[in-house]
Design a protein around this ligand. Sequence first.
Ligand code: SF4
Length: 375
Amino acid sequence: MTHPALETTAPPAARDAAAIWWSARVKDAGFASTDDFEKAHALPRYRFAQIYRAATKDLSDSFDRISVLPTELRATLSKTLSLSSVKLEREATSKDGQTTKFLFALVDGKEIEAVLMRHAGGRTTACISSQAGCALKCDFCATGQGGFFRHMSALEIFDQAVFVARRARSENLPLTNLVFMGMGEPFLNYDAVMDAVALLNHGEGFNLGARHITISTAGVVPGIERFSREGVQINLAISLHAPDDEMRTKLMPINKKWPIATLMKAVRGYVAATNRKVFYEYLMLAGVNDRIEDAKQLADLLGGPLHHVNLIPYNATDAPFSRSQPATMRRFQEVLRMRGVPSTIRHTMGDDIAAACGQLRVETQPKTISAAAPV
Ligand code: SF4
């Protein structure tokens, strides 16, 4: 059975970013619709465009800073409308200054995380969440160990990116890339994620190019199939982490539902439909998935064009894993190279600030497993 989140079919191109933004904003402020908000404030239509632009393009965080609005209107709107649905609770920056992790509270108190990574050469990446918690229970992941709480709205997802971009801009850095690799499985919150993508990508607003956005999935096959039909230039990453079903099921229980052969069939369908490269995330776990045989098996699995493997050093959580040695990672990479599989060994970023997915939240909250776990 298809997951309910995957049943609708509107492509991102058909998603009106400004309408999504306004409709969610006014609802958060207690209005049934944008029309009701417009009437209550006797707001001319052109003001909507000005406010949307100020908040999403200029990244204004307060009406006081939107100088195009009359002073009186700024004061009125400040009392009724918030320009962010996420509230910063805590942040931590790594000693090397490259990585800052943010813990946000949503309106109902649920906590989610986002990360700003500053790369050499002025490139920056925001890593954002799509769900509060996650139902998929990957063995190596602090978020998975904490359980699922709820889906995030498109606006909540987008507002994290705005916050991170604002921080980058305060340091004279542009936000150049964005990855859905924080808390949650994006394809189990499909429509909200694609609405957020429409907001991120909107030329008259946030204006982050589609090719600079990556959605990472743990392998939700109906989501990959639907994504194949979207007609967008957004990158797809698959969290693979193991070359065979036995190992992958141990690490990622979702593999029971969509085993590797089913997953790879969906990925090949995506490549055939889009002619776009797929990225595979492979967390290197010492003595678990980092042997030469694993590299050979991985290379066999990925035969064919348009793939790239990211070998990722493991950031320790409470889980009983440790990071592969650098020499082991290099040897693994060499085996892939000899078999024609391109790969990159990722730099570790933010070890000293618990930068792996879900770790900051786990540090501040007791572990709670919710009853709802919609997989
Ligand atoms: S790794 Fe991703 S999919 Fe797996 S439990 Fe963590 S958040 Fe969920």
